[in-house]
Design a protein around this ligand. Structure first.
Ligand code: HEM
Length: 191
């Protein structure tokens, strides 16, 4: 029975590895913070670490980089316990970023905003549009979903053109993905 409480060599190696990874991440975050403070870079970056730093500094007026990552992650006044799932509401996030990035008409439904590609519409800010999440746990079905959508659309467009029905009420809601609360009413015209 006592063996259960003994730490094996593998457990110790695994702890060392985990600590090494944590230390490296904190080092990168501190370095970025220092570079921003010294004016060597404009932003904390648009990747996942940059996003975490942004959240951290929004909540910390002293702007000091003092992240402690032990069994919990501290983001300013937020303490995120180990293994807690953090849900980023894409709908709110997209709107919060929008006025800065896409102008004041953010509330208007204008899918043509992304006609020239997402990087163009978001001024290359990866965190401004992330319907598939980002970082190591982002959607593994992204490419599959895009391919499926393109195939479905090209099959429809070979036979029909379509417009939005006047009965369509624009009310996007976040139910796992962003979708229209009252469905998508369209008028199909046979070609
Ligand atoms: C328009 C379609 C889709 C959207 C908008 C979407 C969106 C998302 C989002 C926001 C996440 C969470 C990412 C995060 O936690 O940071 C996710 C995760 C995931 N998605 Fe999708 N998804 C779509 C289609 C698919 C498809 C078709 C598949 C599989 C064939 C799929 C498989 C997964 C899996 C397995 C995860 C979990 C990944 C992980 O936790 O490591 N998704 N998706």
């Amino acid at each position: 029975m006592r063996r259960k409480f003994l730490r094996t060599k593998d457990d110790i190696e695994s702890d060392k590895l985990e600590k090494g990874i944590r230390d490296s991440i904190i080092k990168i975050m501190k370095k970025r913070g220092e570079e921003v403070m010294m004016g060597e870079r404009d932003s904390y970056g648009s990747d996942y670490l940059g996003l975490l730093l942004n959240f951290h500094l929004v909540n910390d007026n002293s702007k000091s980089i003092s992240l402690e990552v032990q069994r919990e992650l501290r983001l300013g006044e937020l303490v995120i316990p180990e293994k807690m799932a953090v849900c980023i509401p894409a709908l709110a996030l997209h709107h919060e970023y929008d006025p800065q990035i896409r102008g004041e008409d953010v509330h208007i439904f204008k899918p043509e905003r992304i006609a020239d590609g997402v990087p163009n519409a978001t001024q290359n800010c990866a965190a401004a549009f992330m319907p598939f999440g980002m970082g190591p746990r982002s959607c593994v079905g992204l490419n599959y979903a895009f391919t499926e959508i393109k195939i479905a659309l090209s099959m429809i467009l070979q036979q029909y053109s379509f417009t939005l029905s006047p009965t369509y009420a624009h009310l996007p809601v976040h139910i796992r993905t962003i979708c229209p609360q009252y469905g998508l009413q369209i008028i199909l015209l046979a070609l």
